[in-house]
Ligand binder design. Structure first.
Ligand code: GRG
Length: 286
């Protein structure tokens, strides 16, 4: 993991325009928002899925950067006062606090378009157009942005599990799924059966990521603020902890992990890295 994270960091640093490039402030802010932090879960998934299909590391660098740039853009926009209004991200001031709101808006726009520029301008094999379409779909109104819209609309209105599932499948799951599928598409073709198993893994892993994120949010605020687990602030947010309680969310995470791993059994040892990543997503503490 550490080697892939470092490789991704270097690739991002290489492909992001330098701070010496005009306009300096915008490029500096793009680098600030993207480099030097983050678990790089989506690049790790892209590399692990690419390993399954024998994709070259050079192609996977591009896929990993594209997916991570979309992720970085989503965080910058999500932190803006008109959305979540957060002042800290990855232990540092958010982009709009460190720079200013208009710059943060343009950072998000520019990171998003850079992702597609990278995918379109490097040779990625026969299914390059499919890869571009897949990432566009996963990021847009029927993917991540759509999930964000459902989330914003649901504040103050408790969601039932199917709606919560749909919101997360779009908001967080779509990009995680795209990371897995794009990584695989950069290598040798899979059979229809293999592809549907990988897709099932990707969807389960996306949901698992979100359930664990909700658990960590709850336990972090409990530890910091001395609140009762699963109560108080979790209750007015659409989260799995609010819906299922802390223990219920934990057993749901285990269930999703088991389903994700079962979907990989078809691939045998070729899926070792994906298996270990599912374990990491499930048992991470940050
Ligand atoms: C603004 C179009 C638009 C979309 C925003 C993904 C998203 C949609 C907002 C992020 C809000 C959020 C904190 C969701 C919880 C799950 C999540 C994506 C957490 C952050 O991802 P990590 O843990 O972050 O992979 P790092 O810092 O490790 O990269």
């Amino acid at each position: 993991m550490a080697a892939t994270q470092a490789r991704t960091e270097a690739a991002l640093a290489h492909h992001l325009p330098g701070s010496d490039c005009i306009p300096h402030r915008l490029h500096d802010a793009m680098r600030y928002a993207t480099l030097g932090g983050g678990k790089r879960v989506r690049p790790l998934l892209a590399f692990a899925a690419g390993e399954l299909t024998g994709a070259t590391p050079e192609k996977l660098d591009i896929v990993a950067c594209a997916v991570e740039l979309i992720h970085a853009y989503s965080l910058v926009h999500d932190d803006l006062p008109c959305m979540d209004d957060d002042v800290l991200r990855r232990g540092r001031p958010t982009c709009h606090v460190e720079y200013d709101e208009p710059t943060a808006l343009l950072v998000g726009d520019s990171l998003q378009t850079l992702a597609f520029e990278l995918l379109a301008s490097h040779p990625l094999g026969d299914r390059q157009l499919e890869m571009i379409a897949l990432l566009a779909h996963a990021s847009g109104s029927r993917g991540m942005a759509g999930g964000q819209a459902i989330d914003l609309a649901s504040v103050g209105t408790p969601l039932e599990q199917p709606q919560l599932e749909l919101m997360h499948a779009l908001k967080t799951g779509a990009l995680i799924r795209a990371a897995v599928l794009l990584g695989a598409l950069a290598g040798q073709p899979l059979s229809a059966d293999e592809r549907s198993h990988l897709d099932r893994f990707a969807k389960r892993a996306g949901l698992l990521f979100q359930v664990v994120d909700d658990i960590l949010d709850c336990t972090a605020s409990t530890a910091t603020l001395g609140k009762t687990a699963g109560k108080d602030e979790a209750a007015d947010k659409p989260t799995y902890v609010a819906l299922l309680g802390l223990e219920g969310a934990r057993s749901y995470a285990e269930e999703l992990r088991t389903e994700a791993l079962a979907a990989l059994s078809l691939f045998g040892e070729r899926a070792d890295r994906l298996t270990r990543l599912a374990d990491f997503i499930c048992h991470r503490q940050f």
